[in-house]
Design a protein around this ligand. Sequence first.
Ligand SMILES: [Zn+2]
Length: 333
Amino acid sequence: MGFGLLKVGNLLCLLFTIFMMGELWMVLLLKERKEPSELKLLRMLKARGGLVDDSRFWNLEKGYQGEVLFDKWFSALDGEWIVVNDLLLEYAGSLFQIDSLVIGADRVYLFEVKNFEGDFYLDEGKWMSISNNEIKNPLLQLQRCETALRQLLRSLGYQTSIESSLIFINPEFTLFNCSPKLPFVFCSQLNRFSKKLLKQSSSSARLNARPSRLAEKLCELHMEKSPYERLPDYRYEELRKGIVCVGCGGMDMKLVYMSFCCINCSAKQDCSVAVLRAIYEFYHLFPNMQISTNQIYDWTGGLISKKAIRRVLKANFKLIGHAKSSKYVIDKV
Ligand SMILES: [Zn+2]
Protein backbone atom coordinates (compact mmCIF):
# COMPACT_ATOMS: atom_id res chain seq x y z
CA MET A 1 0.00 0.00 0.00
CA GLY A 2 1.49 3.31 -0.98
CA PHE A 3 0.67 6.94 -0.51
CA GLY A 4 0.77 9.95 -2.73
CA LEU A 5 -0.22 13.58 -2.47
CA LEU A 6 -0.91 15.20 -5.77
CA LYS A 7 -2.02 18.50 -7.12
CA VAL A 8 -4.12 18.02 -10.20
CA GLY A 9 -5.36 20.02 -13.10
CA ASN A 10 -7.44 17.47 -14.90
CA LEU A 11 -8.68 15.19 -12.20
CA LEU A 12 -10.56 12.81 -14.43
CA CYS A 13 -7.42 11.99 -16.41
CA LEU A 14 -5.48 11.50 -13.25
CA LEU A 15 -8.05 9.22 -11.68
CA PHE A 16 -7.89 7.02 -14.76
CA THR A 17 -4.11 6.78 -14.25
CA ILE A 18 -4.61 5.84 -10.62
CA PHE A 19 -7.04 3.04 -11.50
CA MET A 20 -4.35 1.69 -13.76
CA MET A 21 -1.95 1.71 -10.82
CA GLY A 22 -4.01 -0.94 -9.01
CA GLU A 23 -3.27 -1.07 -5.32
CA LEU A 24 -1.64 2.33 -4.96
CA TRP A 25 -3.85 4.36 -2.66
CA MET A 26 -3.94 8.06 -3.04
CA VAL A 27 -5.02 11.22 -1.29
CA LEU A 28 -5.71 13.67 -4.09
CA LEU A 29 -5.40 17.28 -3.13
CA LEU A 30 -7.62 19.09 -5.58
CA LYS A 31 -7.62 22.44 -3.85
CA GLU A 32 -4.75 23.62 -1.68
CA ARG A 33 -5.18 25.80 1.35
CA LYS A 34 -3.84 29.31 0.95
CA GLU A 35 -3.17 31.78 3.68
CA PRO A 36 -6.26 34.05 3.81
CA SER A 37 -5.63 37.41 2.16
CA GLU A 38 -7.14 39.19 5.16
CA LEU A 39 -4.59 37.52 7.42
CA LYS A 40 -1.75 38.56 5.11
CA LEU A 41 -2.89 42.17 5.08
CA LEU A 42 -3.40 42.27 8.85
CA ARG A 43 0.12 40.86 9.33
CA MET A 44 1.52 43.66 7.15
CA LEU A 45 -0.41 46.25 9.12
CA LYS A 46 0.57 44.77 12.46
CA ALA A 47 4.28 44.87 11.59
CA ARG A 48 3.99 48.56 10.73
CA GLY A 49 2.02 49.53 13.81
CA GLY A 50 -1.27 49.87 11.91
CA LEU A 51 -3.38 47.66 14.18
CA VAL A 52 -4.89 49.22 17.28
CA ASP A 53 -6.75 45.98 18.05
CA ASP A 54 -4.92 42.85 16.95
CA SER A 55 -7.47 40.30 18.23
CA ARG A 56 -8.83 39.63 14.75
CA PHE A 57 -5.28 39.01 13.52
CA TRP A 58 -4.57 36.50 16.30
CA ASN A 59 -7.92 34.72 15.74
CA LEU A 60 -7.21 34.31 12.04
CA GLU A 61 -3.58 33.35 12.64
CA LYS A 62 -4.50 30.70 15.18
CA GLY A 63 -7.32 29.32 13.04
CA TYR A 64 -5.05 29.11 10.01
CA GLN A 65 -2.27 27.39 11.97
CA GLY A 66 -4.84 24.82 13.16
CA GLU A 67 -5.97 24.15 9.60
CA VAL A 68 -2.36 23.71 8.47
CA LEU A 69 -1.84 21.17 11.28
CA PHE A 70 -4.97 19.33 10.19
CA ASP A 71 -3.76 19.23 6.57
CA LYS A 72 -0.44 17.82 7.71
CA TRP A 73 -2.20 15.12 9.73
CA PHE A 74 -4.61 14.21 6.95
CA SER A 75 -1.97 14.11 4.20
CA ALA A 76 -0.13 11.41 6.15
CA LEU A 77 -3.16 9.08 6.13
CA ASP A 78 -3.65 6.08 3.93
CA GLY A 79 -6.87 5.76 2.00
CA GLU A 80 -8.42 6.90 -1.23
CA TRP A 81 -9.92 10.36 -1.09
CA ILE A 82 -10.17 13.62 -2.92
CA VAL A 83 -9.43 16.59 -0.67
CA VAL A 84 -10.88 20.02 -1.35
CA ASN A 85 -9.71 22.57 1.18
CA ASP A 86 -11.02 25.94 2.16
CA LEU A 87 -14.23 26.33 0.18
CA LEU A 88 -16.51 29.34 0.24
CA LEU A 89 -19.84 28.34 -1.27
CA GLU A 90 -23.30 29.77 -1.65
CA TYR A 91 -26.70 28.14 -1.58
CA ALA A 92 -30.01 29.99 -1.80
CA GLY A 93 -28.38 33.32 -1.04
CA SER A 94 -26.51 32.08 2.04
CA LEU A 95 -22.76 31.73 2.19
CA PHE A 96 -20.99 28.93 3.99
CA GLN A 97 -17.35 28.13 4.52
CA ILE A 98 -15.82 24.66 4.64
CA ASP A 99 -12.40 24.13 6.20
CA SER A 100 -11.84 20.77 4.60
CA LEU A 101 -14.08 18.60 2.44
CA VAL A 102 -12.98 15.05 1.83
CA ILE A 103 -14.75 13.10 -0.86
CA GLY A 104 -14.73 9.32 -0.66
CA ALA A 105 -16.37 6.74 -2.89
CA ASP A 106 -19.55 6.45 -0.83
CA ARG A 107 -19.67 9.55 1.34
CA VAL A 108 -18.46 13.07 1.90
CA TYR A 109 -16.61 14.12 5.06
CA LEU A 110 -17.06 17.64 6.26
CA PHE A 111 -14.34 18.80 8.65
CA GLU A 112 -14.49 21.97 10.68
CA VAL A 113 -11.13 22.53 12.35
CA LYS A 114 -10.83 24.41 15.64
CA ASN A 115 -7.54 25.39 17.23
CA PHE A 116 -9.05 26.20 20.63
CA GLU A 117 -6.74 26.16 23.61
CA GLY A 118 -7.57 25.92 27.32
CA ASP A 119 -10.48 24.55 29.36
CA PHE A 120 -14.08 24.95 28.25
CA TYR A 121 -17.41 23.44 29.24
CA LEU A 122 -20.90 22.99 27.84
CA ASP A 123 -23.76 24.48 29.77
CA GLU A 124 -27.19 23.68 28.28
CA GLY A 125 -25.88 24.06 24.76
CA LYS A 126 -23.81 27.13 25.54
CA TRP A 127 -20.03 27.02 25.07
CA MET A 128 -18.29 28.58 28.02
CA SER A 129 -14.65 29.20 28.81
CA ILE A 130 -13.53 28.21 32.31
CA SER A 131 -13.61 31.90 33.20
CA ASN A 132 -17.34 31.93 32.25
CA ASN A 133 -17.12 33.78 28.97
CA GLU A 134 -19.49 32.46 26.34
CA ILE A 135 -17.92 31.71 22.97
CA LYS A 136 -19.52 31.21 19.57
CA ASN A 137 -21.02 27.72 19.32
CA PRO A 138 -18.93 25.82 16.75
CA LEU A 139 -21.41 22.93 16.67
CA LEU A 140 -24.17 25.23 15.39
CA GLN A 141 -21.77 26.50 12.74
CA LEU A 142 -21.02 22.90 11.68
CA GLN A 143 -24.71 21.98 11.56
CA ARG A 144 -25.60 25.02 9.45
CA CYS A 145 -22.74 24.22 7.12
CA GLU A 146 -23.84 20.59 6.75
CA THR A 147 -27.44 21.59 5.97
CA ALA A 148 -26.34 24.08 3.32
CA LEU A 149 -23.91 21.58 1.81
CA ARG A 150 -26.59 18.86 1.66
CA GLN A 151 -28.96 21.21 -0.14
CA LEU A 152 -26.25 22.27 -2.57
CA LEU A 153 -25.26 18.66 -3.31
CA ARG A 154 -28.90 17.73 -3.93
CA SER A 155 -29.28 20.66 -6.31
CA LEU A 156 -26.28 19.26 -8.21
CA GLY A 157 -27.88 15.80 -8.35
CA TYR A 158 -25.88 14.17 -5.53
CA GLN A 159 -27.63 12.33 -2.68
CA THR A 160 -24.29 11.45 -1.07
CA SER A 161 -24.32 11.03 2.70
CA ILE A 162 -22.36 13.61 4.70
CA GLU A 163 -20.35 12.85 7.83
CA SER A 164 -19.48 16.00 9.72
CA SER A 165 -16.87 16.35 12.43
CA LEU A 166 -15.50 19.11 14.56
CA ILE A 167 -11.78 18.51 14.85
CA PHE A 168 -10.13 20.01 17.92
CA ILE A 169 -6.55 19.92 16.72
CA ASN A 170 -4.88 21.52 19.74
CA PRO A 171 -3.63 19.05 22.40
CA GLU A 172 -4.06 21.79 25.04
CA PHE A 173 -7.85 21.91 24.58
CA THR A 174 -10.28 20.28 27.01
CA LEU A 175 -14.08 20.33 26.83
CA PHE A 176 -15.98 19.30 29.95
CA ASN A 177 -19.55 18.13 30.21
CA CYS A 178 -19.96 16.94 26.64
CA SER A 179 -21.65 13.81 25.37
CA PRO A 180 -19.48 11.25 23.54
CA LYS A 181 -22.25 11.10 20.94
CA LEU A 182 -21.45 14.58 19.67
CA PRO A 183 -19.44 14.69 16.42
CA PHE A 184 -16.23 15.86 18.09
CA VAL A 185 -12.74 14.56 17.49
CA PHE A 186 -10.22 15.64 20.10
CA CYS A 187 -6.50 15.64 19.52
CA SER A 188 -6.09 12.52 21.66
CA GLN A 189 -8.57 10.68 19.40
CA LEU A 190 -6.98 11.46 16.06
CA ASN A 191 -5.15 8.12 15.74
CA ARG A 192 -8.29 6.11 16.35
CA PHE A 193 -10.25 8.41 14.07
CA SER A 194 -7.77 7.86 11.24
CA LYS A 195 -8.19 4.09 11.62
CA LYS A 196 -11.95 4.50 11.36
CA LEU A 197 -11.56 6.59 8.20
CA LEU A 198 -9.23 4.05 6.65
CA LYS A 199 -11.64 1.22 7.45
CA GLN A 200 -14.49 3.11 5.78
CA SER A 201 -12.35 3.88 2.77
CA SER A 202 -11.09 0.31 2.32
CA SER A 203 -14.56 -1.23 2.70
CA SER A 204 -16.12 1.00 0.03
CA ALA A 205 -15.73 0.84 -3.73
CA ARG A 206 -12.81 2.52 -5.49
CA LEU A 207 -13.19 6.18 -6.40
CA ASN A 208 -14.66 6.68 -9.82
CA ALA A 209 -15.44 9.60 -12.08
CA ARG A 210 -18.63 10.68 -10.25
CA PRO A 211 -17.05 11.87 -6.97
CA SER A 212 -14.25 13.50 -8.93
CA ARG A 213 -16.81 15.40 -11.02
CA LEU A 214 -18.40 16.58 -7.78
CA ALA A 215 -15.02 17.80 -6.50
CA GLU A 216 -14.40 19.71 -9.72
CA LYS A 217 -17.88 21.21 -9.63
CA LEU A 218 -17.40 22.43 -6.04
CA CYS A 219 -14.08 24.03 -7.00
CA GLU A 220 -15.85 25.83 -9.83
CA LEU A 221 -18.49 27.12 -7.42
CA HIS A 222 -15.91 28.31 -4.89
CA MET A 223 -15.90 32.07 -4.37
CA GLU A 224 -12.46 33.63 -4.10
CA LYS A 225 -13.30 36.81 -2.30
CA SER A 226 -14.66 36.45 1.18
CA PRO A 227 -17.27 39.06 2.16
CA TYR A 228 -16.32 38.33 5.79
CA GLU A 229 -13.07 40.22 5.30
CA ARG A 230 -13.07 43.37 7.32
CA LEU A 231 -9.95 45.46 7.32
CA PRO A 232 -9.46 48.26 9.82
CA ASP A 233 -9.03 51.81 8.59
CA TYR A 234 -5.42 52.71 7.98
CA ARG A 235 -3.52 55.58 6.42
CA TYR A 236 -0.14 55.65 4.72
CA GLU A 237 1.16 58.44 6.93
CA GLU A 238 0.41 56.46 10.08
CA LEU A 239 2.32 53.32 9.14
CA ARG A 240 5.92 52.74 10.13
CA LYS A 241 8.32 52.93 7.18
CA GLY A 242 11.16 50.48 6.67
CA ILE A 243 11.77 46.82 5.94
CA VAL A 244 9.90 44.08 7.83
CA CYS A 245 11.90 41.09 9.03
CA VAL A 246 10.89 37.76 7.45
CA GLY A 247 11.87 35.95 10.64
CA CYS A 248 10.16 37.78 13.50
CA GLY A 249 8.01 40.39 11.77
CA GLY A 250 9.88 43.21 13.52
CA MET A 251 11.42 46.22 11.83
CA ASP A 252 14.81 46.54 13.49
CA MET A 253 16.78 45.90 10.32
CA LYS A 254 20.25 46.94 9.34
CA LEU A 255 21.90 46.77 5.96
CA VAL A 256 25.09 44.73 5.99
CA TYR A 257 26.77 44.66 2.58
CA MET A 258 23.98 43.55 0.26
CA SER A 259 21.71 41.94 2.87
CA PHE A 260 19.24 43.04 5.50
CA CYS A 261 19.93 41.56 8.93
CA CYS A 262 17.48 41.61 11.82
CA ILE A 263 18.88 42.93 15.10
CA ASN A 264 16.28 40.91 17.04
CA CYS A 265 16.33 37.46 15.46
CA SER A 266 19.39 37.57 13.13
CA ALA A 267 17.29 36.59 10.10
CA LYS A 268 18.95 37.64 6.87
CA GLN A 269 17.53 38.49 3.47
CA ASP A 270 19.12 39.63 0.26
CA CYS A 271 18.60 43.36 -0.23
CA SER A 272 16.82 43.12 -3.60
CA VAL A 273 14.50 40.37 -2.33
CA ALA A 274 13.64 42.46 0.75
CA VAL A 275 12.92 45.51 -1.43
CA LEU A 276 10.73 43.47 -3.74
CA ARG A 277 8.80 42.16 -0.74
CA ALA A 278 8.35 45.71 0.56
CA ILE A 279 7.01 46.79 -2.85
CA TYR A 280 4.45 43.99 -2.85
CA GLU A 281 3.39 44.96 0.68
CA PHE A 282 2.95 48.54 -0.47
CA TYR A 283 0.96 47.40 -3.51
CA HIS A 284 -1.39 45.23 -1.45
CA LEU A 285 -1.94 47.81 1.27
CA PHE A 286 -2.32 50.76 -1.08
CA PRO A 287 -3.53 49.43 -4.45
CA ASN A 288 -4.62 52.91 -5.52
CA MET A 289 -1.29 54.62 -4.87
CA GLN A 290 1.36 54.86 -7.55
CA ILE A 291 4.51 52.80 -7.38
CA SER A 292 7.52 54.99 -8.10
CA THR A 293 11.16 55.08 -7.00
CA ASN A 294 10.54 58.01 -4.66
CA GLN A 295 7.46 56.40 -3.18
CA ILE A 296 9.25 53.12 -2.44
CA TYR A 297 12.24 55.04 -1.08
CA ASP A 298 9.90 56.64 1.45
CA TRP A 299 8.07 53.34 2.16
CA THR A 300 11.34 51.55 2.94
CA GLY A 301 12.36 54.35 5.31
CA GLY A 302 15.34 55.57 3.30
CA LEU A 303 17.28 52.39 4.12
CA ILE A 304 18.11 51.63 0.50
CA SER A 305 19.45 53.94 -2.17
CA LYS A 306 17.10 55.14 -4.90
CA LYS A 307 19.46 53.59 -7.42
CA ALA A 308 19.01 50.12 -5.88
CA ILE A 309 15.23 50.59 -5.69
CA ARG A 310 15.09 51.65 -9.34
CA ARG A 311 17.05 48.52 -10.28
CA VAL A 312 14.53 46.25 -8.50
CA LEU A 313 11.58 48.10 -10.01
CA LYS A 314 13.00 47.94 -13.52
CA ALA A 315 13.71 44.23 -13.24
CA ASN A 316 10.28 43.27 -11.93
CA PHE A 317 7.70 45.80 -13.10
CA LYS A 318 6.62 47.61 -16.21
CA LEU A 319 7.32 51.33 -16.47
CA ILE A 320 4.57 53.38 -18.08
CA GLY A 321 4.38 57.11 -18.73
CA HIS A 322 7.22 59.64 -18.91
CA ALA A 323 9.23 61.87 -16.62
CA LYS A 324 7.25 62.96 -13.55
CA SER A 325 4.11 61.08 -14.58
CA SER A 326 5.93 57.76 -14.95
CA LYS A 327 4.94 54.89 -12.70
CA TYR A 328 5.57 51.20 -12.36
CA VAL A 329 2.75 48.72 -12.76
CA ILE A 330 2.39 45.11 -11.75
CA ASP A 331 0.97 42.80 -14.38
CA LYS A 332 0.11 40.00 -12.02
CA VAL A 333 0.57 39.57 -8.29
ZN1 LIG B 1 13.71 39.35 12.98
